[in-house]
Design a protein around this ligand. Structure first.
Ligand SMILES: [Fe+2]
Length: 295
């Protein structure tokens, strides 16, 4: 029997007892918009199954603008702790391009016996938490997001970290997005920042860091978080337009392998309707459909 259970006060629902393909799309999408992150326990999908599931939400992106995909699977990104990357920075996926993914899916292949969880934050709740004057201030701000910063930092098994960073930044992208993004499906405003947001337009580096730290502190409040403890075969889907996530680097050199498949998104819009713009780089049409970039 299908069971849908809230697992966080402000974000997240766990779904058991149903094949993820069997839920009618309207119900599935409604659950995602409401809860922002869905955990399908024991979904047991294979590579084709994950691709087919993600494609229910729309056209898929490539694996990543610069990082190679799983061999022979151009739309699957390996998330492998052994590769030297540990995503222990709060971020929203691929916000350095003009059209960041709308939806991200993660499927657990190998998980450590402890640790290696994924934290997911509700950035709309964070926006609502802001005191009125800060909310009005944030409404007017724009941030430049880039892939060229120290996202990839050496970890305990990071012999390849320097090489990974070279690949990650092999094409430099810089995009200006509104700090407050209005969700295209619900009209809900949320803070749209995270690790790739490195500069507030019109402010110095120091001022930008201080403002971003202040706003980011609302995103990462414990009240706004969901913590997903993985079992092999679990599938998580989150709304990348209105969440951030973080993978604690707390599993030493134990293996941890997830596969990520993402769904193409639109050009973000702020509270005035003004849309994001490219500062440097191209619309990444090798990675995400050109149609979305034109919308
Ligand atoms: Fe991510």
């Amino acid at each position: 029997m299908t069971e849908i259970r809230r697992i966080g006060g402000r974000i997240g629902a766990e779904i058991t007892g149903v094949d993820p393909h069997a839920l009618p799309f309207d119900e599935l999408n409604g659950l995602l918009l409401e809860h922002k992150a869905l955990v399908f326990r024991g979904a047991g999908l294979d590579e084709d199954g994950q691709l087919r599931f993600a494609a229910r939400f729309g056209e898929l992106t490539g694996a990543h603008p610069t990082v190679p995909s799983v061999h022979g699977r151009p739309q699957i990104l390996p998330v492998d702790g052994d590769e030297g990357i540990r995503s222990n920075v709060w971020h929203t996926d691929v916000t350095f391009v003009l059209t960041p993914p709308a939806v991200s899916t993660l499927r657990a292949l190998v998980v450590p016996p402890y640790g290696g969880h994924t934290l997911i934050a509700n950035s709309a709740a964070a926006y609502r938490d802001l005191p009125g004057p800060l909310r009005e201030f944030a409404d007017r701000l724009w941030a430049v997001h880039t892939n060229d910063y120290d996202y990839v930092r050496p970890g305990p098994t990071a012999a390849g970290a320097e090489e990974y960073r070279r690949v990650f930044t092999s094409t430099r992208y810089r995009t200006a997005h509104p700090v407050v993004r209005v969700h295209p499906g619900t009209g809900e405003p949320g803070l749209f920042i995270g690790g790739f947001a490195q500069q507030i337009v019109g402010l110095s580096n120091t001022e930008s860091r201080d403002i971003l730290r202040l706003l980011q502190a609302y995103v990462t409040r414990p009240e706004n978080l969901l913590r997903v403890q993985w079992n092999p075969g679990d599938l998580v889907v989150f709304d990348n337009r209105i969440t951030q996530h973080y993978a604690p680097d707390d599993y030493g050199d134990l293996p941890r392998v997830l596969h990520r498949v993402t769904v193409a998104g639109d050009v973000p819009a702020g509270v005035t309707g003004e849309r994001s713009r490219i500062i440097e780089g191209d619309p990444a049409t090798h990675y995400t459909p050109a149609l979305s970039a034109a919308s």
